[in-house]
Design a protein around this ligand. Structure first.
Ligand SMILES: C[S@@+](CC[C@H](N)C(=O)[O-])C[C@H]1O[C@@H](n2cnc3c(N)ncnc32)[C@H](O)[C@@H]1O
Length: 388
């Protein structure tokens, strides 16, 4: 078992903006907890060049770069020091990928991201890795097909760090943030319907449902009503307009922007984030070798619930699945074994250096040699027979 530091459980809020703004203020001390296995010390990660900057401190340009959350725990969870071929399904700024490549000189990584900017920015790392890193634009819901296309299947490990990156939040024109005014966009892929399309064209009841289900926002109906009234005067086109409108109807918790939950809901809907996560778990099940590891970091309860239910069901720790995870029949053996009893959370020192880590939960499971089930789930959460 990994050294388990249980996550705190209920009440996770994906308040990335608030966390991000506190990173610089908190200073840059990375936590130094010694792990029970693997022996990777987080402070060693940057001092040996695995991280390109001191976590939490501004880089040479003055910006605070994306700080990978639970990096040492993820490397240990993946058994990255033992060597193998890994898929980082959320490449982002390449923090996990750098860590995996640095953990063993034989390691190979397939880095996947649906954001073309992340893939383009990763080219420097590709050159640095000298043939050990392949970057693939795409969605992690297709990770098994991507690994096969790259000649990397079967894999020794898959890691996902769900959500948006600091780079995406920092660029006002990407429209993810309520802190800086920008076009109401939120498309990780820069294509398809935007958040503005959703906000301006969705019928009131459906809009309220999205805000309630994906944002867990109790004031969803009032917000949807206000949006529909406001759009009679013209389209809502900017993050600032929407944030101001929401703030008139939501009191918010201390230190948390009232628009946090609404923005989370729209981002999840625009990018079909929960459908992608469900598809990715099943894709990983198909493409991991026996003994390979699946490590998933989530930042809010909706995502964590899907991962938790998948792992419970596939390790046969619960008799039946959820809406998102179809049942294995009782004749089918477990496809995963549990590596951690519960989620792993960041320690005090990492939290001090990176407040974004406060809602992070890492869950880990190890693939058995049982075949993947032939029941699969489409991205809307409905089960279908026959697999791919
Ligand atoms: C939290 S960041 C990952 C940061 C990364 N672990 C690091 O250390 O730099 C999440 C990244 O995942 C990407 N992403 C989100 N959903 C995705 C999906 N369905 N398929 C592929 N990439 C996705 C986002 O574009 C973003 O770059």
């Amino acid at each position: 078992m990994l050294g388990i530091r249980p996550a705190t459980g209920a009440g996770q809020v994906a308040d990335y903006d608030t966390a991000r703004s506190s990173i610089a203020a908190a200073g840059g001390k990375a936590h130094e907890r010694t792990l029970t296995r693997g022996g990777v010390r987080p402070t060693a990660l940057w001092s040996h060049g695995v991280l390109s900057h001191v976590p939490g401190r501004p880089d040479a340009t003055g910006a605070v770069p994306h700080v990978p959350v639970l990096l040492a725990e993820v490397l240990e969870a993946l058994n990255a020091q033992s060597g193998g071929t890994f898929l980082d399904g959320t490449f982002g700024a390449g923090g996990y990928t750098r860590g995996i490549l640095g953990a063993n000189r034989q390691n190979r990584v397939v880095g996947v991201d649906r954001d073309p900017d992340a893939i383009a920015a990763g080219e420097t790392l590709v050159a640095w890795a000298r043939g050990r890193l392949q970057l693939c634009p795409g969605r992690f819901g297709d990770l098994d097909r991507i690994a096969e296309t790259c000649g990397a299947a079967p894999l020794d490990g898959v890691v996902l760090d769900i959500g948006v990156s600091s780079m995406q939040l920092d660029q006002a024109e990407r429209g993810f943030s309520f802190r800086t005014d920008g076009p109401l966009d939120m498309r990780m892929e820069r294509s398809g319907p935007s958040a503005a399309d959703l906000v301006n064209e969705t019928e009131e009841g459906a809009l309220a449902d999205i805000i309630y289900q994906y944002g867990e926002e109790r004031r969803s109906r009032a917000i949807a009503r206000a949006i529909v009234e406001r759009r009679r005067r013209g389209r809502i086109e900017t993050t600032g307009e929407l944030a101001d409108l929401v703030a008139k109807h939501v009191r918010g918790e201390p230190g948390v922007n009232p628009a946090t939950r609404t923005f989370q809901a729209l981002r999840i809907a625009v990018n079909d984030e929960l459908g992608q996560l469900t598809a990715a778990l099943e894709a990983a099940e198909r493409v991991l070798k026996p003994g390979a590891r699946l490590a998933i970091v989530t930042f809010h309860s909706l995502e964590d619930r899907i991962v938790k239910q998948f792992m419970q069901e596939r390790t046969r720790r619960v008799p039946r699945g959820s809406r998102h995870v179809p049942d294995l029949t009782h004749s089918e053996p477990a496809t995963f074994t549990a590596i951690t009893k519960g989620p792993i959370a960041a320690g005090a020192e990492e939290l001090a250096a990176n407040p974004r880590a406060r809602s992070a939960k890492l869950r880990v499971a190890e693939r058995t040699d049982s075949p993947a089930p032939t029941v699969s789930t489409d991205v809307s959460g409905k089960s279908r027979r026959g697999g791919r």
